[in-house]
Design a protein around this ligand. Structure first.
Ligand code: AMP
Length: 468
């Protein structure tokens, strides 16, 4: 099954509009950004013109607009009038079945009067350039109180053009409880700095598109033919030692099937598909980041924005139909100079999707010789895989907002109070309201009871073992 717009949880009205416009499949940036924006996340998306980025933010904005309310609910800031006009066109096009929708363009070089009137009549979406927007805000012609989503399009260009201060000034008028999305072709430090000031809990979306991005990745194809596919997968996992492996499937049912097979074999594996609730999603990702889950089995839709450091193995259990998605999937490994391995499982040597991928990436992918797997037994492979050291995750219902830092958690678990040795403790991740700590499988029960009985920073927090 191809990733489709249906899978992105867009409303039926928007689905039929994209269908009418002839958009048969979401582009990689849409696949990543739409669900994240619908879930209310702040994000930085690295994206080029032509990648479908406008629809990537316009569709979630349209879905979130309450047409009954005649007030400004979304603001898109663009560096130039041309871009502003282009974005407005796309938003109007996508919003054409939203009756009562009013989109206003707030750009300089044009009389302000009609823009003010349109705001007064209750336009719900405003798209414009920083100078004019700020001017309207300063003169109270624009009521920012109901704006819940702000998009900065071509944010790098906006900074290059010297609009940084204006943007900050605009942000100061907006409520804190807003969603802020930043789209940018490049990722200079200034973008990072701006993000820190105007966003929170940011999701990063990078769409890799060029051959260069794949330079550090060893790409292999495994032709499983008539063999049992799960056996071939286990062989691939076993023969490529990894800390974190990500396995992509095209269907949720396959995700479940593989997850069950691996878990039954005592492998630390878990699933990541569109059926998971946001909270479970976060939990699975935290466990994957801290290596309590070593093999994560995902669909494309769920795997959006999945950005894990130190991901050393990606396996395409099923190949995606679009070569761009292949590049995007495997581009998650081999980051920051580390080398990664990407293995694609194909049934026969003349697999069409594989040929498309080779053409798209401009290289022939090496065949992985797996003659040994033919003599392997699934049970044996699973037993070997299950020997990897196991970590478990403890969730603490307290975080940065409770002034907890990593050292406080480490302190509560080790030394006289905790009794564990620091070797038994893995990665500690402190978020706003909760924290995750990885501990060795052997001491999990002890660690949970000690944390439950003890205190962190002099306070008691609810603690539980998650994900087993
Ligand atoms: P953008 O990157 O936003 O400038 O979009 C580039 C062009 O692609 C625009 O003309 C869009 O109308 C078009 N477009 C956006 N999303 C899709 C899609 N999923 N399939 C086909 N065309 C698209």
């Amino acid at each position: 099954m191809l990733p489709s717009f249906e899978a992105l949880q867009l409303s039926p009205a928007l689905q039929s509009v994209v269908h009418e416009l002839g958009y048969t499949q979401p582009t990689p940036i849409q696949l990543e950004a739409i669900p994240a924006l619908l879930a209310g996340r702040d994000l930085i998306a690295q994206s080029q013109t032509g990648s479908g980025k406008t629809a990537a933010f316009a569709l979630p904005i349209l879905q979130g607009i309450d047409l009954e309310r005649r007030e400004l609910q979304a603001l898109v800031i663009c560096p130039t009038r041309e871009l502003s006009a282009q974005v407005s066109r796309e938003v109007r096009k996508l919003g054409r079945t939203h009756s009562g929708l009013q989109v206003v363009e707030l750009v300089g070089g044009q009389p302000a009067r009609p823009q003010r009137d349109s705001l007064e009549r209750g336009a719900q979406i405003a798209i414009g350039t920083p100078g004019r927007i700020l001017d309207l805000l300063e003169r109270s012609f624009m009521n920012p109180d109901a704006i819940k989503t702000v998009v900065l399009d071509e944010a790098d260009r906006m900074l290059d053009m010297g609009f940084g201060d204006d943007v900050h000034e605009i942000m100061s008028y907006l409520q804190d409880e807003r969603q802020t999305a930043l789209f940018s072709a490049t990722y200079p430090d200034r973008i990072e700095a701006m993000s820190r000031e105007i966003q929170r809990d940011v999701l990063r979306i990078e769409i890799t598109s060029s051959e260069d991005d794949l330079a550090d990745i060893q790409q292999l194809k495994l032709c499983f033919g008539y063999e049992d596919k799960i056996l071939a997968l286990c062989w691939a996992l076993q023969s490529h030692p990894h800390e974190s492996a990500l396995v992509f499937c095209n269907q949720k049912a396959t995700v479940r099937e593989i997850t069950k097979a691996l878990r039954d074999g005592d492998i630390s594996a878990d699933r990541f598909d569109g059926d998971l609730e946001q909270f479970d999603r976060n939990q699975v990702l935290a466990r994957f980041r801290n290596h309590s889950v070593r093999v994560l089995i995902a669909t494309d839709v769920a795997g959006r924005g999945l950005d894990v450091e130190g991901l050393d193995l990606v396996i395409n259990y099923d190949l995606p139909e679009q070569p761009e998605i292949y590049v995007h999937r495997i581009g998650r490994t081999g980051r920051a100079g580390a080398t990664g391995v990407a293995i694609s499982m194909i049934e026969s040597a003349n697999d069409r999707s594989m040929q498309d991928i080779e053409e798209f990436t401009g290289r022939t992918i090496e065949v992985l010789d797996h003659s040994e797997s033919k003599n392997s037994e699934l049970d044996q492979l699973l037993q070997q895989l299950a020997k990897a050291p196991k970590m478990e995750t403890i969730l603490i219902l307290g975080g940065r907002k409770d002034k907890i830092r990593k050292g406080d958690i480490l302190g509560a678990l080790t030394g006289d109070a905790g009794g564990l040795s620091s070797q038994e403790i893995g990665k500690i991740e402190v978020q706003d309201k909760l924290s995750y700590v990885a501990v060795s499988h052997d001491v999990i029960t002890d660690a949970v009871s000690r944390l439950n009985a003890g205190r962190i920073k002099g306070k008691r927090f609810r603690v539980r073992h998650v994900g087993s």
